[in-house]
Design a binder for this molecule. Structure first.
Ligand code: OGA
Ligand code: MN
Length: 191
């Protein structure tokens, strides 16, 4: 994992989280959605935030509390991963923030980077983006994640249920139009 991250700027695996945990997280996200906890995602920061469906069409729900059983298991695994990245990639990752995301039918997220310019005095920048895909997917459903490294050709990551990808937040990437609702749990590791 850390070798690929260092060399290529990304790593993905379908075997990082158990099928049971992925299903439990999916069920949890669905119940939170039914309870109205999701809201339309915005772009920009602070005062300049706005809803732009021509750029991104997802709805998100931040996870502030990881005490629920499946979230605790997920969080434990992410903390372990953070420690490995610190030791083996020499990246000063420390904090984790996470949200569930739903891309409804026919939505997408155009090409962007997750690392915003750091403004003096603000929290540390996002260093790594980690996405765990929760909903069933098969070829033809769309909603692929395309990574665009600067010095190599683009890489397509399929949002298969249980697939997990981790990539440099500085890398440009996009989500192609999905033809089915696409659920995920995304975390960012910050300094
Ligand atoms: C994001 C993002 C990628 C994905 O939320 O910033 O780029 O595959 N997500 O869901
Ligand atoms: Mn992104």
């Amino acid at each position: 994992m850390t070798h690929d991250l260092r060399e290529k700027g990304y790593w993905s695996s379908e075997h990082c989280f158990s099928a049971e945990l992925v299903r439990n997280l999916y069920v949890l996200a669905q119940s939170w959605e039914q309870n109205g906890r999701f809201s339309a995602a915005k772009i920009g920061r602070g005062d300049t935030k706005s809803r732009e469906e021509t750029i991104r069409g997802d709805s998100t729900c931040w996870v502030d509390d990881f005490t629920e059983h499946s979230l605790a298991e997920y969080h434990g695994a992410m903390v372990e991963m953070t420690q490995r990245v610190r030791q083996e990639c020499y990246l000063p990752v420390r904090n984790l923030e996470a949200h569930f995301a739903i891309f409804p039918e026919n939505s997408f997220y155009s090409r962007h980077r997750d690392r915003h310019q750091t403004v003096h005095g603000e929290q540390a920048p996002r260093l790594l983006t980690c996405v765990l895909y929760l909903s069933p997917w098969k070829a033809g459903c769309g909603g692929e994640l395309l990574l665009h490294p600067e010095t190599a050709s683009s890489i397509e990551i399929r949002p298969l249920q249980g697939n997990f990808v981790i990539f440099d937040s500085e890398m440009e990437h996009e989500v192609t139009k999905t033809l089915v609702p696409r659920w995920s749990l995304t975390a960012w590791l910050r300094g």
